[in-house]
Write a protein that binds this ligand. Structure first.
Ligand SMILES: *[C@@H]1O[C@H](CO)[C@@H](O)[C@H](O)[C@H]1NC(C)=O
Ligand SMILES: *[C@@H]1O[C@H](CO)[C@@H](O)[C@H](O)[C@H]1NC(C)=O
Ligand SMILES: *[C@@H]1O[C@H](CO)[C@@H](O)[C@H](O)[C@H]1NC(C)=O
Ligand SMILES: *[C@@H]1O[C@H](CO)[C@@H](O)[C@H](O)[C@H]1NC(C)=O
Length: 512
């Protein structure tokens, strides 16, 4: 009894002693993080908080269970999925930390992230100086400073897709959109403050990162004739205004037309380049109750992303898709009739034809019997034309497309007819389009009905797969494989005697 009690007391003391140095370097409530402090990736790890508790730095559970992102988020906003404002990001992907990974503030390299095996996954790129401490600032900026308080590294200098009040983007600074709402990989859109001072939104080609010409939004704050008139910085100021500051100190505000001015004391604010390509400023009431518990838009750019076209790329939606603006000013993507999503989980992705149209000989079947047209009003893909007829009438337009095996869609407007080929790009549905789209779809599924398998052949296929899979899994010598396969077959033989010849055939085949 006494022995047990003293043992547990000793254990407790020992544990406390073990814990002491940890709590000694743990964060105090001024947002300061001392050298040596660390966080471990697991579900109930408490993050490093800013003094007000508005922002947190730590591990946030990724959509894949058991994987975490090193990130900064609005901590007081309720809900399990936090709004991330920054995450460690490298080569087009978020840094994924498996459960049990540790991030530590080190004296030499600042933040260092290691997986449970101790291998380095990521670190803050500090080379020169000795780290003194770090601060999770109430602005949402995580800053690492030297012993003399010189700034060595800050999250504000490495934005991902979001800017916060007091954050500044310098010339050549960029934001990348995410792949989708819950996929933090690099998406198809880019915001950049070009070296000519122009702030642009452009589509990028992944994975090469080639920026397609023809931005879909621009502040036009470049002025080759008058240098002082050119943009120098993108500023999200303390009172929540987002503007390009020109060299002559004049401002180009992105909020033009937005009526709402939101004092930062009452609202959380952010400006995000969303996965759908829209750059928007949002606010969230700090003392929110019930209904207004959401991010609302102050302004968004461009006004209608569906109408913006580039020479290359698919546009706001994927290829063959149709973009229309919803009531919140955001793009919705739909596949035309006869098409469906290439990736059913990616609503914003490309669409494929359910039945591919082809130019092969259909044995003299008239096109009239093979194809039909579905009509869409006010829909167009302005960059996919290969022929135009004028003057022409609607019926001739359809007929011409019907008898042309290259023609996927015909557009008729006024007295003009355009024939279009796949893949269609920059599709949009908008009242300004003012025309009709004729989508050519197959009347019946022309693929030959599949010949039903005779039962024995089905069996043969299955068992062949079984054996091959087995030998791949074992990955040992041919002899061992054969021996095991033989043993397996003998077992099977005793159960299904009549199937033996089939398996034997497979064995022969394997040996060859
Ligand atoms: C937080 O950031 C603001 C603005 O940059 C700065 O004035 C303040 O000193 C920072 N706080 C800490 C604790 O570093
Ligand atoms: C995110 O998107 C990328 C690119 O499409 C893909 O390779 C990756 O698997 C996706 N990640 C998740 C977690 O779905
Ligand atoms: C440059 O622009 C500024 C402000 O727009 C103007 O005051 C100035 O006269 C211009 N300079 C020249 C050389 O055009
Ligand atoms: C932020 O920018 C707006 C618009 O330029 C300006 O009216 C406001 O005074 C600025 N606020 C601060 C704190 O500088």
């Amino acid at each position: 009894m006494g022995f047990a009690a003293s043992t547990s007391t000793t254990c407790l003391l020992f544990l406390l002693l073990l814990l002491l140095p940890v709590s000694a370097v743990a964060q105090t409530n001024n947002g300061r993080v001392e050298v040596g402090a660390s966080l471990t990736a697991n579900n109930d790890a408490s993050p490093w908080l800013s003094p007000s508790g508005d922002f947190a730095f730590g591990f946030h559970q990724h959509q894949n269970v058991g994987v975490f992102l090193v990130s900064i988020w609005f901590d007081k906003i309720p809900g399990t999925t936090k709004t991330l404002v920054w995450y460690a990001f490298e080569n087009g992907s978020p840094v994924l930390a498996p459960a049990g990974s540790v991030i530590q503030l080190t004296g030499r390299n600042g933040l260092v992230l290691r997986n449970p095996r101790g291998e380095q996954l990521w670190r803050s790129d500090i080379t020169m100086d000795e780290v003194g401490y770090a601060v999770m600032n109430d602005t949402g900026n995580f800053a690492i400073r030297s012993r003399n308080s010189d700034l060595l590294w800050q999250s504000f200098d490495r934005p991902t897709d979001t800017l916060l009040p007091t954050q500044i983007v310098e010339i050549n600074g960029r934001l990348f959109s995410r792949r989708s709402e819950n996929n933090f990989s690099q998406g198809r859109f880019l915001l950049s403050l070009q070296d000519d001072g122009n702030l642009v939104l452009s589509a990028v080609n992944l994975p090469t990162n080639l920026v397609y010409d023809g931005p879909y939004y621009s502040t036009s704050t470049n002025d080759a004739a008058n240098y002082s008139n050119s943009g120098e910085r993108l500023i999200f100021n303390e009172s929540g205004e987002v503007y390009v500051l020109r060299k002559n100190n004049r401002r180009f505000s992105l909020a033009t037309g937005a009526t709402l001015l939101t004092p930062t004391a009452d609202f959380y604010q952010r400006a995000t380049l969303d996965f759908d390509g829209v750059f928007a400023q949002y606010y969230y009431p700090k003392r929110s109750s019930g209904e207004d518990r959401k991010w609302s838009t102050v302004w968004s750019k461009p006004d209608n992303i569906c109408l913006r076209v580039g020479d290359k790329g698919s546009g706001a939606c994927g290829f063959n898709s149709i973009c229309s603006l919803n009531e919140n000013g955001r793009p919705t993507c739909t596949c035309p009739p006869g098409f469906s999503l290439l990736d059913p989980d990616d609503k914003y992705g490309s669409c494929k034809q359910d039945v591919e149209l082809s130019c092969r000989d259909d044995g003299g079947t008239a096109e009239e019997d093979l194809y039909d047209f579905k009509v869409l009003i006010n829909t167009d893909w302005p960059r996919s034309d290969y022929e135009q007829f004028q003057p022409y009438n609607e019926q001739d337009c359809q007929t011409s497309c019907l008898h042309d095996c290259m023609c996927a869609v015909a557009i008729f407007r006024e007295d003009s007819c355009w024939k279009k080929k796949l893949p269609l790009s920059n599709g949009r549905e908008d009242s300004g389009v003012n025309g009709k789209a004729f989508i050519k779809v197959a009347k019946v599924d022309p693929t030959p009905p599949s010949v039903p398998d005779i039962p024995d052949r089905v069996e043969e296929k299955k068992q062949g797969t079984l054996i091959i899979t087995g030998s791949i899994l074992l990955g040992t010598s041919v002899f061992v494989n054969l021996a095991l396969v033989a043993a397996f077959c003998l077992g099977v033989f005793s159960i299904y005697q009549k199937k033996f010849p089939i398996i034997l055939t497979k064995l022969d085949w394997k040996q060859r």
